[in-house]
Design a protein around this ligand. Structure first.
Ligand code: FE2
Ligand code: FE2
Length: 354
């Protein structure tokens, strides 16, 4: 499936053919008739290994090694936190959107991100994680979220560039996760990726509108591109030789491509879109390499990435403070929901006894 932007011309592909979300859900579950029982008294590790080797899925009721469970909980929680924290940079522009149409689009997009966070917390719960505990870990700084959300949104063009770059990078990262070996994570990704594709397109469409506007608007777009390009490349994580957990995640088929592969894929996908839009990507080393069939590009500032991950980015404190306040202010909602659920359960018990 090739998705084209309305009016963008026929050569701008937002999601490449072979990465199309719709074609990805081809894995079967582990419970085919010929499979040994999942809770066999021995041979559990062998059964797990064979399931992974056959490209079948591990489901919550299956035995799995501790390391696999912990890696997944860490990755899914970090992903969920990123969706929720990711509502903030763009959310700041909802009340300042320049028209009702832009406000409605942005509002829907930010709301989608909240939904993504909730699917993912639910997926983590199927592994035995507790949502409250995950939230506490985030708030106490013991679990991370994507470094990209620690940068400020200085103009409305940032909303467009985030959709184009950040949601575009999320698509590159997440489409292969639709084939992740853990069933609930893979299934959550299918829906999330469809929505990310809308996010990317609304961002690109907003930028095309601005590029057709005044010189000042075009400058705003170029400025936002300059500020977001390198942090977006950093979203794929450190280079492969400095990413110690990657190999194990790939062996378990949680992850399907290395950080550097995905980064290159993103660059290849984005360069023609930038040309079509009429903006310059801020990298003097960026050029097409006939031999490799990919773009060559410069090296992101990895020290900056490490600084931001460790909490020293431009907006880390602001994001965490906002999240903490939202959690505290939402305490009454959680209490009310718990009281309501208890009342419902008591009613159901009374009904069953009658
Ligand atoms: Fe999302
Ligand atoms: Fe998104």
């Amino acid at each position: 499936m090739i998705r084209l932007l309305p009016g963008a011309g026929k050569h701008v592909t937002l999601i490449p053919n072979e990465w199309s979300v719709g074609k990805l859900v081809t894995m079967t579950t582990t419970h085919a008739a010929e499979a040994p029982p999942p809770h066999a008294p021995d041979g559990l590790q062998e059964h797990f290994d064979a399931t992974i080797a056959r490209d079948q899925r591990i489901e919550p009721r299956d035995w799995m090694p501790d390391g696999y469970r912990k890696t997944l909980i860490r990755q899914i929680a970090q992903h969920a936190h990123s969706e929720i924290i990711g509502m903030q940079p763009e959310g700041e522009w909802i009340t300042r959107a320049p028209s009702l149409r832009r406000k409605a689009i942005l509002f829907a997009k930010v709301q989608d991100e909240a939904g993504h966070g909730l699917y993912l917390y639910s997926a983590a719960e199927t592994l035995g994680a507790d949502r409250d505990d995950l939230t506490r870990r985030l708030i106490e700084g013991r679990q991370k979220y994507s470094s990209i959300f620690n940068y400020p949104t200085l103009s409305f063009a940032d909303v467009g560039v985030i959709g184009w770059f950040v949601d575009g990078a999320a698509i590159c990262n997440q489409v292969p996760l639709c084939r992740s070996s853990y069933g609930p994570y893979a299934r959550a990704m299918v829906r999330i990726c469809k929505e990310e594709s809308f996010h990317q397109r609304q961002g690109y469409e907003l930028l095309m509108t601005m590029m057709r506007g005044t010189a000042a608007q075009r400058e705003m777009v170029q400025d936002a591109v300059n500020r977001w390009w390198w942090p977006s490349l950093m979203m794929f994580g450190p280079p492969d030789d400095a990413s110690p957990n990657s190999a194990r995640s790939m062996a378990w088929k949680i992850k399907r491509h290395s950080n550097d592969e995905l980064r290159r894929r993103f660059v290849d996908m984005t360069v023609p879109q930038a040309e079509k839009l009429g903006v310059t990507l801020p990298d003097p080393e960026l050029r097409w390499n006939e031999e490799t069939g990919h773009h060559d590009f410069g090296t992101p500032d990895w020290d900056e990435l490490m600084r931001v991950i460790k909490g020293d980015g431009p907006c880390n404190d602001r994001r965490m403070e906002r999240r903490r306040t939202a959690h505290e202010e939402g305490a009454w909602v959680r209490e009310a929901a718990t009281a309501h659920a208890a009342k419902q359960a008591a009613r159901a018990r009374k009904g069953a006894a009658a």
